[in-house]
Design a binder for this molecule. Sequence first.
Ligand code: ADP
Ligand code: ASP
Ligand code: MG
Length: 404
Amino acid sequence: MLIVKKFGGTSVADKDRIYNVAQRCIEDYREGHDVVVVLSAMGDTTDDLISLAKTINPEPKKRELDMLMTTGEQVSVALMAMAMDAMHVPAVSLNAFQVKMNSTSRYGNARFKSIDTKRIRHELDSRKIVIVTGFQGVNKYEDITTLGRGGSDTTAVALAAVLHADKCEIYTDVDGVYTADPRVVKDARKLDAITYDEMLELATLGAKVLHNRSVEMAKKYGVELVVRSSLNRSEGTIIKEKVKMEKMLITGVAADKNTARISVIGVEDKPGIAFRIFNTLAANNINVDIILQSVGREGTKDISFTVAEDELKRALEVLEEYKEALTIQDITYNAKVAKISVVGAGMMSNPGVAAKMFESLYNSRININMISTSEIRITVLIDEKDIEEAMNAVHEGFALALVE
Ligand code: ADP
Ligand code: ASP
Ligand code: MG
């Protein structure tokens, strides 16, 4: 069997944890399996490297930031190979360059284009455990790129796909995927299984337990995933195409604080204006999320929308630059907002899910700023200060519905 095992930052945060991971990998190896290990940077290394960069230059070039951040993963894989060596097991560490993991050119947010399996196969054939750096790729300029925060999950799934792995296990610091972040909602429940589609929504809406692109890729290539703890032996959560339907209205609640609202006030109420505003933002690589347009008055209207908070500054600059051309009279914004979402395939056949969510928020006197829905998700924008209370209130609202 070929097994891909990915371990996140907390799982390799210090010497004992590194040896613990080495031990778990060696168990599979000793059973005769081929083992490919993907690692993140130790503990808070990536955050620390970003802070370090900002002490030198508050707006570092993305190319150089990628060069810096990817050192974190290189430290982990080298130390892991040393640990396995100390345990008398042959192992080799490889980075994205050595494997030839080719990505698109976009620094800070690259995607894999192709992965060469030759080197990994060769090392596996000589009975080594292969330890690969997560989170990184190499672009056409032979520069090192990163896949976006949390991207090591995607490295693991990509390797599992190209190597046709029999198992892809994502080890982290919680026991699996829960109905909500267990650090925020104390009575969150671990799920035995969840579909790709639901997991993709949760991950995209802020449940950082998996990188959303890893889920997208797992679905595309049919890689079944298991999320489980590196700190204990409990079963974890399986992520696959279809799961046995529990009688659940919703599967999970997710929150995302990395969000900001922008309103453009008094734009001309005529065809083509919305197109021009959002086209201008798109041309500048700014993703827009929830959109709300007010009813027009005196030939003008207001449009509000959300962007990722780390793109707010850029979005405001772009709007300011084209203010006149876009007929904008005034621009307001609020960075202190957050999204809370409920996700579940169960809502397709059950009316009243939105009402239930709004009721839970109302009972906690939490005001809703904007709403957006899809087939299996409802998202509302609220004040950032309310987010933890809102998570608990909504979670409880639906957990109660479960018992009924
Ligand atoms: P790793 O370093 O292992 O990649 P992450 O910090 O990226 O770990 O992801 C794990 C964290 O995700 C957990 O510690 C937990 O706080 C958070 N999380 C958010 N939503 C969920 C959820 N629905 N289920 C489980 N964990 C969640
Ligand atoms: N070390 C990277 C990060 O912190 C990648 C990862 O952990 O998946 O974002
Ligand atoms: Mg992660």
